[in-house]
Design a protein around this ligand. Structure first.
Ligand code: IMP
Length: 177
């Protein structure tokens, strides 16, 4: 499959994503029972993951979004982080679960975790659908829930984009050339 100038092949099919999201939700339902967590989705890439995951939550929970980006439409990370949407909820004393589409260098996530901690939440954990362990620049203690570990490759689909294209694809694809 082609998106702009790049070629991709399927890496994770929609059915496998759905099964894994279901398992993550079950785990969160158990571990956060009685705590009414606040999910914070990191836009844009996490929108499908957030939608699918929270539909499977059976415990009381809140859902909100923030928008941070360290990639500007290319296939490799830039170090600058831009913040487009400020958090609109009071998180002090609350249990926070950050929902990410993918953790690559981890810079975006580390920035967000530090920022959230200044508002005195009761706890902060991260649930990321994808993780590239080989790219992670420093270990992130809060990254407790991971859907799939993948190689150091560029992926699109299920919310992830290449030059803003491909977010709508139900499967996850990897770049082959
Ligand atoms: P990090 O700060 O390097 O961990 O980058 C995290 C952000 O970069 C993610 O939230 C994505 O928006 C984007 N990103 C990282 N890897 C990929 C990829 O393979 N495809 C599409 N976007 C990616």
């Amino acid at each position: 499959m082609k998106i702009a100038d790049l070629t991709f092949e399927v890496l994770i099919e929609a059915g496998s994503i759905a099964k894994r999201v279901d398992q993550l939700a079950q785990q969160l339902n158990t571990e956060y029972a009685g705590r009414t967590p606040i999910f914070i989705g990191v836009l844009n890439g996490s929108f499908l993951f957030v939608a699918d995951l929270v539909k499977r939550m059976t415990i009381p929970c809140e859902v909100t979004f923030t928008k941070l980006a360290s990639y500007y439409g290319g296939t490799s990370t830039t170090r600058k982080i831009r913040e487009d949407i400020e958090l609109s909820v009071d998180i002090s004393g609350r249990h926070i679960i950050i929902l990410e589409d993918i953790v690559d260098t981890g810079n975006t996530l580390s920035y967000l975790i530090e920022k959230l901690k200044t508002h005195a939440p009761a706890s902060v954990q991260v649930c990321s659908l994808l993780l590239k362990p080989g790219k992670l620049e420093s270990s992130i203690e809060e990254l407790r829930y991971v859907g799939f570990e993948i190689e150091n490759e560029f992926v699109v689909g299920y919310g992830l984009d290449y030059q803003e294209l491909g977010r709508n694809l139900p499967d996850i694809y990897r770049q082959i050339s």
